[in-house]
Design a protein around this ligand. Structure first.
Ligand code: FES
Length: 565
């Protein structure tokens, strides 16, 4: 075992030996103010921290890191905290998705280049958890994830407000003049009441749950609210566990099996997770020998009941989900559909971890036999408008629009949509299918969360709260509506979406998993001949690297050269 024999530690070569640099590195560890006894021969546990004040969701992770350090010290390890780029969903432009792969490279290379024997990955906001998992999967040094937890639910004069989900509805009311500027200012101070990530089943919550379902976090870790003392306790336990994982040589490649990915998709479907989980899981799996395809998601969605009542697909908050039993309670219900023998970071199997997990609130976590809905949250669509696929979150869609044919109204760009969406002259009615182009991985670029096209004012005024919306963008997991996303291939590389014109008829059929453009082939070819690819957004730097190498949505939007062969 590596821990019992210090010469087998990965860090041994950095600090031991007869070379000048062995001596020099030891001297520079001592510069941190630690004695030789504190680190000599001990497993070095890196604490990979995405703390940033530019990312409010992760702004408490220094405190979480201190708890991890307590755990590492108490188990006989030596903790060293290091920063990686942090991706704050609220601040970064044009989109954090442009930088997810950059962060994944930062994580991978920081682990690989440094004398760490094991790593605790501290994440929270949407892209930070998948980036950590992607980097750790490629580095393949023993690693486990500690997310920062959801923030406290917003509360405005006694009414619960879910960041994103309710924030958008409130802002629509403000656009219509039904909420005053003064009220909006008051709500602004009530909505995000603590550090931590968004407190609905958005992408951050989904990816924390996915990390736990993959077996990459300690059982029960995902849903503990950020300010809850138990968040620090599980961080401490994770630090301890990281030391033991080094001893057991328990690297991600032993946990991230094909079965682990199927477990994660199953849990994602049962909790009504964000559609973003699809691109992130495709990308994480792409770093392993176990490739996923979009049809894996649809196959698992069809057989997995939707069990968890949390906004935007339900009425509860992540806090309620935690009090009800969190991920272990859901996984216990799902055990007949899961690979129970799969190994997790605590050294136990999924079945051992969740077999006796209690559920404390059946309103929030339903039994397998009494689901909220018979299928999973996300469906995969195919058709001549999306030959390589598209996704829709059916649990957040309007049931009456899930089988719909209507005329397209096309926005050629996000900017055009943004500039005209409040115009009362838009020729729209309840049958209109809104189509937006130029928002995919290369088009925007970075595939921003623009897919939740705001409901046009002209429809809101008529009391129409939802219509079919289609784009090659992504959508925030906190959003809702009958929204088709991730259309692939994207319009910027002249996928069929680029050919749609206002007035074309489009059919969405969720039951048949179909998205069809009713325009003849000859006419489509005429339109295609008139199109030219747009000039690239970047000609240098990271942006050029991104444009040259990002893959399409159905492949996970990772860089082609980072896929594992
Ligand atoms: Fe960070 Fe929502 S803004 S999780």
């Amino acid at each position: 075992m590596a821990l019992d024999d210090p010469t087998k530690l990965r860090s041994y070569n950095w600090f031991n030996g007869k070379e000048y640099y062995n001596f020099s590195r030891r001297a520079n560890v001592r510069a941190l103010g630690v004695s030789r006894e504190a680190f000599h021969g001990k497993p070095v546990i890196g604490i990979c921290n995405s703390f940033s004040e530019m990312n409010n969701c992760n702004s408490h992770l220094r405190v979480v890191a201190d708890a991890v350090k307590r755990g590492v010290w108490s188990a006989g390890g030596f903790p060293l905290e290091f920063p990686v780029i942090s991706l704050g969903e609220q601040f970064m432009k044009p989109t954090t998705m442009l930088f997810r792969n950059l962060m994944a490279m930062d994580v991978e290379e920081s682990i690989r280049a440094n004398p760490v024997d094991g790593v605790v990955l501290l994440s929270g906001c949407d892209k930070t958890t998948p980036a950590m998992l992607m980097g750790a999967a490629s580095a393949d040094v023993p690693a486990l994830v500690v997310t920062g937890g959801p923030s406290l639910a917003g509360n405005y004069r006694g009414a619960i407000i879910g960041q994103g989900t309710d924030g958008r509805k409130i802002f629509d009311q403000y656009r219509l003049g039904r909420i005053s500027p003064e009220e909006l200012l008051e709500i602004e101070g009530c909505m995000v009441r603590s550090t931590g990530h968004c407190t609905v089943m958005g992408t951050a919550s989904t990816m924390a749950i996915v990390a736990e379902a993959l077996g990459m976090s300690l059982p029960g870790a995902a849903a503990i609210p950020a300010p809850d003392a138990r968040r620090l306790a599980i961080a401490e336990a994770s630090g301890r566990r990281a030391v033991e994982m080094v001893r057991e040589e328990l690297a991600p490649s032993k946990i991230l099996t094909r079965e682990a990915f199927e477990n994660a998709i199953t849990v994602d479907m049962a909790v009504g997770g964000s559609t973003n989980a699809v691109v992130h899981l495709l990308a994480i799996a792409g770093r392993t020998p176990h490739k996923l395809v979009l049809d894996d998601f649809d196959r698992i969605s069809r057989r997995t009941p939707f069990l968890v009542d949390v906004r935007p697909s339900g009425k509860n908050m992540m806090e309620d989900f935690f009090y009800a039993g969190g991920v272990p309670a859901v996984m216990r219900e799902l055990l007949p559909l899961l690979h129970g023998a799969n190994l997790t970071v605590n050294g136990c199997s999924v079945a051992e971890n969740v077999g006796a997990a209690p559920c404390h609130n059946r309103e929030v976590i339903r039994p397998l036999g009494e689901p909220i809905f018979g299928e999973g949250g996300t469906v995969v669509l195919r058709g001549n408008l999306c030959p390589d696929g598209a996704v829709l979150k059916q649990t957040a869609a309007s049931p009456e629009l899930c089988e719909h044919t209507g005329p397209a109204y096309v926005f050629e760009t996000y900017q055009q949509m943004h500039d005209t969406i409040d115009s009362m002259d838009l020729p729209l009615d309840r049958d209109t299918v809104l189509v937006m182009k130029g928002c995919g991985p290369k088009g925007a670029p970075g595939m921003p969360e623009w897919g939740h096209i705001p409901m046009p004012k002209v429809l809101l005024e008529r009391g129409i709260a939802d219509c079919v919306r289609i784009s090659d963008a992504r959508m925030s997991g906190t959003s809702f509506g009958t929204v088709v996303l991730h259309v692939s291939p994207e319009s910027a590389i002249l996928g069929p979406l680029a050919l749609v014109e206002t007035g074309d008829r489009i059919t969405l059929s969720v039951s048949r998993r179909n998205l069809e453009l009713h325009v003849g082939l000859e006419e489509l070819e005429r339109r295609r001949a008139r199109l030219k690819p747009a000039d690239p957004h970047y000609t240098r730097g990271y942006g050029k690297l991104f444009l040259d190498h990002v893959t399409q949505a159905h492949l996970g939007c990772d860089f082609d050269f980072l896929h594992r062969e």
